[in-house]
Design a protein around this ligand. Structure first.
Ligand SMILES: [Zn+2]
Length: 389
């Protein structure tokens, strides 16, 4: 077990434990948004406890601070959202020419480099836990890209798991890492400055350490307490939800969320949720509201979600495990994109609702209009998952 790698308060690598036994690499990132320091406090607490108890570690546990310039100023970002723009071509460009980078370009190229470095050093599976908080009050929840390999880590938390958020947001850091073939989740730990958000994130890190298999020997005494903490936070919320709608805010929209909302509040079709320069914004369907925006920066106004039944999860896992999605292109009007393996093109005449439900079963959660139909894409499935072959 190694102590922190340096004592610079501005350091990006906030801690690292490297065990003698080979094992997984668990990467914890916090403060990707600079007004969300709770995750960093939580990492610090776990670090101190691991040291104090002399805990023996398997593999590597490493913690990284995200947007250090924005963290120093206490703002979400300086020039642009650091949790966007993680498209492969863009990262290649940033890494190819690192001269003159300012603000988030600098943060992103440094982060990409340390993450790629961890990938190269890893002697086992690499897992990412990305810690966030929200501007509105919220019970904590987990966001997971809908690939089977993410499920064990996500469901270990005992918090509500939201599917599809990673797919509707373009270019998130987590999405980039999952597309490189790793497992990862993001955790929204509660409201930015709430003391409970630090406690929730601390509990999340303890559960992640055990779920990833990083602790040698019997479970650490903190595990049971952490599990209790997260179970209590989850209360009676649905176990799994999926994103139905994302309200995108443009820079000149003058978007203002109506007051009094919080995450997981039930909302009704037709209800006024916000206003912008075009007038009131009405709710498009009965749903649960997620992450209403009560801070000035960013392009996510709010999200609508609905519960996913356990039977659907079981069915989708079974269909993917037997590789049934290889049959999808045999359906008239459905074909695989020749350019991109994880994309399917569906003819326009297909009933919209049916298509969306079918595509979701196989993890195709992103949709955009194409020349000859709707183009559905998904995160890269697991290499051991027959549907990836
Ligand atoms: Zn965030």
């Amino acid at each position: 077990m190694a102590p922190p790698t340096d004592d610079d308060p501005d350091r990006r690598r906030v801690f690292e434990f490297a065990g003698e036994q080979p094992g997984p690499t668990l990467v914890i990132t916090a403060g990707i948004h600079g007004n969300e320091p709770a995750g960093l406090h939580a990492i610090g607490r776990v670090h101190d406890r691991l040291i104090a108890d002399g805990v023996e570690v398997r593999g590597t546990i490493v913690g990284f601070a995200g947007n250090r310039q924005a963290l120093a100023r206490g703002v979400r970002y300086v020039e642009r959202d650091l949790n966007r723009g993680w498209e492969v071509e863009r990262i290649d460009r940033l890494l190819a020419d690192r001269r003159g980078h300012a603000a988030e370009d600098l943060e992103q190229s440094e982060l990409a480099l340390v993450l790629i470095d961890e990938e190269h050093r890893a002697r086992g599976p690499l897992l990412l836990v990305d810690l966030h908080t929200t501007s509105a009050a919220s019970q904590p929840f987990v966001c997971m890209a809908d690939t089977l390999r993410n499920r064990p880590l996500a469901f270990a938390m005992g918090l509500p798991v939201v599917l599809g958020l990673e797919e509707v947001i373009d270019g998130s850091m987590l999405g980039w890492l999952v597309d490189r073939g790793h497992s990862g989740i993001a955790v929204e730990g509660g409201q930015h400055d709430a003391a409970e958000a630090v406690e929730v994130h601390e509990a999340v890190v303890w559960v992640a350490l055990h779920a990833a298999g990083c602790i040698v020997g019997p479970p650490h005494v903190m595990l049971a307490q952490a599990q209790r903490r997260l179970r209590a936070a989850a209360a009676d919320l649905p176990r799994v939800l999926e994103i139905r709608h994302r309200h995108v805010v443009g820079p000149f929209d003058a978007f203002v969320m109506a007051s009094g909302f919080a995450s997981f509040v039930p909302v009704r079709r037709g209800q006024v949720l916000a206003h912008d320069r075009t007038g009131p914004i009405h709710c498009s369907e009965d749903a649960l509201l997620l992450m209403p925006r009560y801070q000035p920066q960013g392009e996510d106004g709010f999200f609508l979600a609905r519960e996913v039944r356990g039977a659907w999860l079981t069915l989708s896992a079974w269909l993917r495990s037997v590789g049934a999605d290889r049959l999808l292109p045999l359906i008239p009007g459905v074909r695989r994109d020749i350019e991109a393996r994880e994309q399917l093109v569906v003819d326009r005449h297909w009933p919209w609702r049916l298509t969306v439900d079918l595509m979701h079963l196989f993890g195709y959660r992103r949709v955009r209009p194409g020349e000859s139909g709707a183009v559905y894409s998904r995160r890269r499935p697991d290499a051991r998952d027959p549907s990836s072959r």
